[in-house]
Design a protein around this ligand. Sequence first.
Ligand SMILES: Nc1nc2c(ncn2[C@@H]2O[C@H](COP(=O)(O)OP(=O)(O)OP(=O)(O)O)[C@@H](O)[C@H]2O)c(=O)[nH]1
Ligand SMILES: [Mg+2]
Length: 574
Amino acid sequence: MVGDEGKELLSAVEGLRSQVHDATFPLDIPGVDKAQMSRSALLKQLDDYVIPRLNALDAPLLTVVGGSTGAGKSTLVNSLVGSVVSQGGVLRPTTRVPVLVHHPHDQNWFDGSRVLPNLARITGADETEHAAGETGVGQGALRLIASRALPAGLALLDAPDIDSVVHANRDLAGQLFLAADLWLFVTTAARYADAVPWDFLRRASEHGTSVAIVLDRVPPESMDEIRTHLVSMLRDQGLASAPIFTVAETTVTADGLLSEREIARLRSWLSALARDAKARSIVVRRTLDGALRSIPDSALVLSAASDEQEAATAALHREVETAYVDAMQSVQHAMTDGTLLRGEVLARWQEFVGTGQFLRQVEAGISRLRDRLAAAIRGNSRPTAELGEALQSGVAELLTAQSRAASATVLRRWRQMPGGPALVAAHPELADPAPGSTGRVERLVRDWQGEVLDLVRAEAGDRRTTARVFSFGVNGAGVILMLLVFSQTGGITGGEVGIAGGSAVLAQRILEAIFGDQAVRTLAARSRHRLMERAQQMYAVEQARLTAVVSAVQAVPGQAERIKAAAACVQGTR
Ligand SMILES: Nc1nc2c(ncn2[C@@H]2O[C@H](COP(=O)(O)OP(=O)(O)OP(=O)(O)O)[C@@H](O)[C@H]2O)c(=O)[nH]1
Ligand SMILES: [Mg+2]
């Protein structure tokens, strides 16, 4: 893997690293925690091991000494080094700040940020180490110790316990394992069958990580029996090739070290590994290949989670769109089904035209009627203004009610959708109307009324029409036109004659007498169209308020594809 091929693989892995680094899972949907954890695990695996290792295949072999608390990890490391570099103790768990012992020649490799870049370096033996770990001062740190007792090319890392009651220990141990070229797994005769260590060993087996086992504190009389059992357990986990080093139960020295006799075999195996570049590269390649093999699966978890994020986001957006399309349809419907011509509007209209009796006269003669109406409606008379106001508040109420209904529907639906509840909880302001919405609706309706009057003025082009329009006043004709806009007939057919319908027919007749029927149709259609356009604009603002909330917790689109492509690239160059 030296040369171009290695460079290509390294750049593919770095490409994937940058995609994984940039990936976000901002929407709080089921499974998001798992995705976040997978992301940071993959990032650490790439940063702590794969990338530094691909960068320098001949770098020192990092042997991580791991296992349960009290198994004797620190004691073993101290014994191999020949002095107490990592405090052992009776208080469990003891080791919190991992200690990395290396030959002085290998210092450059470990003291920078090439390996385990997110752990700060503490160098030299420090009497307060233990206290630092306890108080949290040393959390997130790695103690580096240079020692000639170890051969160059091989470093030992004393890790915290893997099954720790201390969360941070467990996470750190997991991270250190992913950074290892070789796991030196320490267990005891009493505890080698415990479940948690075997979970780790199974993972090592799945990852293809190189593993060696140290079986501590074995009573000499049951040595053979225990060893045989352990061998068969290892074989069942696909770890038959892992060498086993046994340490008989003895007393430790005054310094807490094991006797040299007990660790001689392990020491010579490690030394041989350090000396033999080929043997070392077999260990490294095996672990590296395992790590590279696991990358596509890890990436798949992230791309699947990204797909879920995108799907959930799209669904949340869709609810907003649907609700406002429905709102527009309801507005359209209410504008033409006579809804607006009831209540206040109808009462005001009847002030102009009287009641049933008057309606019956409509057919009798529009001109007589017109004269009478003209007198009532003329100019800015009070009835005209009141009818105009009634229409204005009717339209404003309709637009507001439908807008509120739309946002309430969105919030209700969101609460039942993946990612929705957190969104609703994070934005209590959405339960209230958008700030300034009342003013905006009122302005909208007023502006529209102004526009209708402009249309009437423009239509009153020739002198005869002008004269007729002026007999009602522009405002009067405008109000009648608005009335027509909100009727079922809309100026297009004679339509049914209910109370509302009757008003509309009357309005239509009057306007036809002024402008001619074709012009009335056009005026009504145009006015209605302009109102719908304004309503659409207003709803777009309301809609944007909800859409923005989703967009704010949305991953950059295409994340799933980018991760998949980058992972495929790694697989292709592996
Ligand atoms: N008699 C005997 N005692 C041992 C042996 N190995 C470790 N001990 C003792 O067991 C206790 C725990 O050993 P450590 O080396 O601190 O264990 P550890 O695995 O580093 O524990 P943590 O740092 O808590 O994860 C210490 O008191 C050691 O002196 C051994 O082989 N024989
Ligand atoms: Mg320890």
